[in-house]
Design a protein around this ligand. Sequence first.
Ligand SMILES: [Zn+2]
Length: 484
Amino acid sequence: MKVMIKPSAVRLLKLKLTLLALSISVFALSPSSQAQQRRSGQRREASTLSMTTNAPRNPTIARIVSEINAGNIERTVRKLVSFGTRNTLSAQDNPTRGIGAARDWLYAEFLAASRASGGRMKVEKQSFEQQPGKYPRIARPTTLTNVVATLRGTQPASENRLYVVSGHYDSMCTSPTDAECDAPGANDDASGTAAVLEMARVMAKYEFEATIIFMAVAGEEQGLVGAGYFAEQAKQKEWNIEAMFTNDIVGNTLGGNGVRDRRTLRVFSEGVPSSETSEEANVRRGVGGENDSASRQLARFIKETGARYVPTMNVMIVYRRDRYLRGGDHIPFLERGYAAVRFTEPNEEYKHQHQNVRIENGVRYGDLPEFVDFAYIGQVARVNSANLAALALAPARPKSVGIVTTRLTNDTDLKWDANTEPDLAGYEIVWRETTSPVWTNSRAVGRVTSYTMPGMSKDNYFFGVRAVDRQGNRSPVSFPRPAR
Ligand SMILES: [Zn+2]
């Protein structure tokens, strides 16, 4: 039994929710920050209330955003669908059907995109043989291949700092182990794969201080196998992955609930780290911070950067690792201690996910291109690319950030390690009330490695520290641990 919602009721509900969000956002600000905003004459809307800086937009990032082309994304989605199935267990050596054909086509496309980089982007096939036993959906030895395009950073102090963005190019029909059925996978996840390819195409010709890895992975539907392999390799080689984005199911704007929403993009981030040790959990119970993991800071950064560069899109932070009891390719990264988030459309349509293509009682099932909103995927790619560029142009988030606890005081003493980037300008302290979902205030404190917030008790606020370079690029926030 389906509950049908009338469009007028939906509009009314949306209006109510908007008003509710507005009133919540206003109350989330401390009285002093409200006064500050009145003084500076800023008018802020609900979607931009998370802004903690009025720094001008970086023109390079604005240009990247403007070059993302939804037409290219549509061509990629249709091409990937044309391979019939991209099930991980499907043909590896058929030139026109199966995952092997999709792999080779993607490799050639990333290679073509890399030509604009002047040799800075390297494209590889990361292949490995998965033996049966570990994943129930892989019953015999199977070769999996991730297509990986690495755009090397140009600043020596930052080139080993990595940002990873991925989509999964494998697909499935109703049965995850059926290698023969048609599995168009237009939304799940040609949409994310096409967004990543378009970002690589646009961003290859730009220079970034840190390194960006654009990746199309296999085996997601078999148990996050391709992403898991990449994350494990990264951990073993001690790669400094500062953030990972997965784009999965980012192309449908008409939900099974009847709601059409082309402006909202969900970003899922966990609060308590999947990799937290029992010792870290003890500290967290003592000082708070269940809403302040590195992944949650990343989500806040994404919301703020998205509002700055793609103001027509509403980045909706969800306080969950992923959708209810479901998973995605960011999880293997989280489990290995990396900050990672998942991007997904706001209202899913389950008739067009993991379904054999068919008509049943007049209803069409299957993940087909006609149910995909290509302009929306373009917007998703814009939010992603703005954030990747902002991260890779900015300094690293400060390390070893601590709140000094050697004296009992009503001030808050913060300290951190010095960043090493040559273009570093200094640091900002950010803070918020403990019940606020986003950072509400910031203060530039210069090029120091300690700072005291006078008269502001660590009991009453959450604090963080971020780094700023001479161009005004800001890192994500680092949340302090108790220190001596
Ligand atoms: Zn998926």
